[in-house]
Ligand binder design. Structure first.
Ligand SMILES: Nc1ncnc2c1ncn2[C@@H]1O[C@H](COP(=O)(O)OP(=O)(O)OP(=O)(O)O)[C@@H](O)[C@H]1O
Ligand SMILES: [Mg+2]
Length: 352
């Protein structure tokens, strides 16, 4: 739950494109209305920033702002998180628990990744919205009523999901009274220089303005032609790498090289890559999808951490020409820990 102090600003929405100007305009118009709103756009494009702005410019500021990710929880758990339950409603329900819908009373409930909500739960949500916020928690005989402003966000094309039977049309029209669409960053390259400017300043002050190499005009021009599949979040990561590691030119080259590997592929290939790394993390031997096998979450977490560590350490070692002392300083770990990790993670130096 987030209860920021009463300011009327919201996190900054940086940009000069028509799309961003329109989004700012819509926020100003919609914030006071409390009308159900859906924010559409690819991952990392700023949907949550828009939801936060709607909240912070609305009369609901100061009341709860609660976010729930509909893709992150299995159906049963999502239902109990949303609507709450009575003691004894199911095995393990030892205490009565309020749902997020009720906790967000008089404030905002952000239903993130609404496109991933199951059809039965969509039906229940529709019913709640139609009844003006009335519902009964699991295992309860009594109805509760909550005055909750529902803002939904999705990276799905919900119209297509409706055609394919994955999203209820009636819920779509109930939720989508106001539609706010954020274009992918590649379709508004004019926003890239102001975003770079904004985040360089922010990160430089976070790094206490210590000696850092800022991207020059040439690098910025190149960044404006990149496809940014991860949108603003990816741009933030690239800028952090540039500021910490320096050598902006090299980082740009690597970016475009990775684009060459990734971009000609279809969505199907992306899925394959995703499944390959998922199966590595889950230790499935690359054979099967996680739904069909059992796996240990603990082991999966350990594998995921190792994969990320291996990637970062290899990257920094590559940058420092395998100067372990320099690399350990950049990574902020001791020289001894780095040596241990190189051996433990089986990171092999390139042949000269
Ligand atoms: N126009 C913008 N100006 C400044 N920062 C932005 C802008 N758009 C996005 N960001 C920043 O980019 C990051 C990603 O934004 P956000 O989390 O809102 O994306 P999202 O669309 O909700 O992504 P996802 O689909 O992955 O949840 C955040 O740190 C956010 O502050
Ligand atoms: Mg989000």
């Amino acid at each position: 739950m987030n209860n920021p102090s009463k300011s009327k600003s919201g996190p900054p929405i940086v940009g000069v494109s028509k799309n961003i100007e329109r989004v700012r305009e819509l926020i100003e118009h919609v914030a006071s209305t409390g009308l159900n709103t859906v924010v559409f756009g690819e991952s990392g494009v700023g949907k949550e920033v828009v939801a936060q702005n709607l909240y912070q410019k609305s009369p609901r500021l100061g009341k709860p702002f609660i976010k729930i990710n509909c893709a992150a929880l299995p159906e049963g758990l999502l239902e109990s998180e949303l609507f709450g339950y009575e003691r004894g409603a199911f095995t393990g329900a030892e205490q009565r628990k309020k749902g997020k819908f009720q906790l967000a009373h008089s404030g905002v409930l952000l239903l993130d990744e609404i496109g991933d909500m199951s059809l039965p739960l969509q039906a229940k949500l529709l019913h709640v919205l139609q009844s003006g916020g009335e519902f009964s928690p699991l295992g309860s005989e009594k109805d509760v009523k909550a005055d909750t402003w529902v803002i939904a966000a999705t990276n799905h094309d919900l119209k297509k999901d409706i055609e394919e039977g994955r999203f209820r049309e009636d819920l779509y029209y109930r939720l989508n009274i106001i539609k706010i669409y954020l274009s992918p960053l590649r379709e508004r390259p004019e926003d890239i220089p102001p975003l770079i400017d904004f985040y360089i300043k922010e990160y430089a002050s976070m790094l206490n303005n210590r000696h850092i190499e800022k991207p020059g005009a040439k690098v910025i021009d190149r960044l404006c032609t990149y496809s940014w599949p991860g949108n603003v979040r990816e741009l933030q990561n690239v800028l952090k790498r540039m500021l910490v590691l320096g050598d902006c030119g090299q980082i740009v080259e690597e970016l475009f090289n990775s684009e060459r590997i990734v971009s000609p592929t279809s969505g199907a290939d992306d899925k394959l890559n995703h499944h390959a790394s998922l199966s590595k993390i889950l230790d499935l031997g690359g054979k099967n999808s996680p739904e069909n096998q059992s796996f240990s979450l603990k082991t999966a977490k350990k594998n995921a951490v190792e994969m990320v560590e291996r990637e970062i350490i290899s990257h920094v070692l590559g940058k420092t020409d395998w100067n372990r002392s320099k690399a350990s300083k950049i990574l902020k770990i001791s020289y001894k820990t780095l040596l241990y990790k190189i051996s433990d993670l089986n990171i092999i130096p390139p042949e000269k």
